[in-house]
Design a protein around this ligand. Structure first.
Ligand code: APR
Length: 252
């Protein structure tokens, strides 16, 4: 049997869908993934140097410059047809999103219910007292090697990106919400994640262990493929609109 009808049957039967996304979700918007051999962000910079709490504590300026540049890149791109299709799916079923992405493309694509496991590029906070920072950060137009972070207006601490780095805990509330949603879903759709970063990658297994169907949309095999009932080798911006347009036609 062709894969699309299998994927479609799972989608049609589901009323409460949890979509679990990673960097591949935003690839067709023009944002890099992390681990693709040629284009992945981690092929350009050292992940330990740019995404670990130890590096920040040693030398925050390169990381501040890097995350501001990524935030600026994100501001310059648009949600793709996949983001929009997920939002439209919510018109015909109960759909929420758990994402590892720190971009805001799900929200800008129209999804109302999005949980960010790894934080957000746009939620700056004090690295000392944790208060949110609402001042101007001054986005660089070009990649730049170093930038001095602003200081917290309350305690003088350095302002940092509100993202989760290697060596840090995931936000507890987001994690609890994600676990609950994996438990209550009657379909989990995995889109654009290699499934190698824990604990995030363990979330779809909660659904799997409960016997909930899992559909994967990814151009390549991943660490989560073996847990998927159906794995569709396509991209986010192609597969999701196909699926959702089919559902809309089906419901007349
Ligand atoms: N559509 C769907 N999937 C795609 C597309 C696309 N257009 N393009 C690439 N992919 C797939 C890749 O084949 C790969 O399996 O998306 C996946 C991206 O994997 P990673 O680059 O490892 O990204 P991700 O899984 O989100 O990484 C997890 O690692 O570095 C940390 O905190 C960072 O949240 C990130 C986490």
């Amino acid at each position: 049997m062709d894969v699309f009808p299998q994927a479609f049957d799972l989608a049609r039967a589901a009323r409460r869908i949890e979509v679990f996304t990673g960097a591949g979700m935003s690839a067709e918007s023009g944002l890099h993934t992390f681990r693709d051999a040629q284009t992945g962000l981690w092929s350009k910079v050292d992940p330990i140097a740019m995404a670990s709490i130890d590096s920040w504590e040693r030398d925050p300026e390169p990381m501040w410059a890097w995350y501001l540049w990524r935030a600026q890149r994100c501001r310059a791109v648009e949600p793709n047809a996949g983001h929009r299709a997920i939002a439209e799916w919510a018109d015909v079923a109960e759909v929420s999103v758990t994402t590892q992405n720190i971009d805001d493309l799900h929200e800008r694509g129209g999804s109302a219910d999005v949980t960010h496991l790894h934080g957000s590029l746009f939620d700056f906070r004090c690295s000392h007292c944790s208060r949110p920072f609402n001042g101007e950060v001054g986005y660089p137009a070009e990649p730049i090697v170093r930038l001095t972070p602003p200081n917290c207006e309350f305690c003088g601490g350095l302002i940092r990106p509100g993202v989760v780095w290697f060596g840090e805990m995931l936000p507890q509330r987001a994690w609890r919400d994600a676990e609950g949603r994996m438990q209550s879903a009657d379909l989990v759709v995995i889109v654009g994640t290699s499934g190698v970063v824990q604990p995030a990658a363990s979330l779809p297994l909660i659904a799997r262990e409960m016997g909930t169907p899992v559909l994967e949309i990814s151009p390549q095999e991943t660490e989560l493929t073996r847990y998927a009932d159906v794995s569709w080798r396509t991209t986010a911006a192609f597969g999701l609109p196909e699926l959702v347009t089919g559902l809309q036609l089906d419901r007349g």
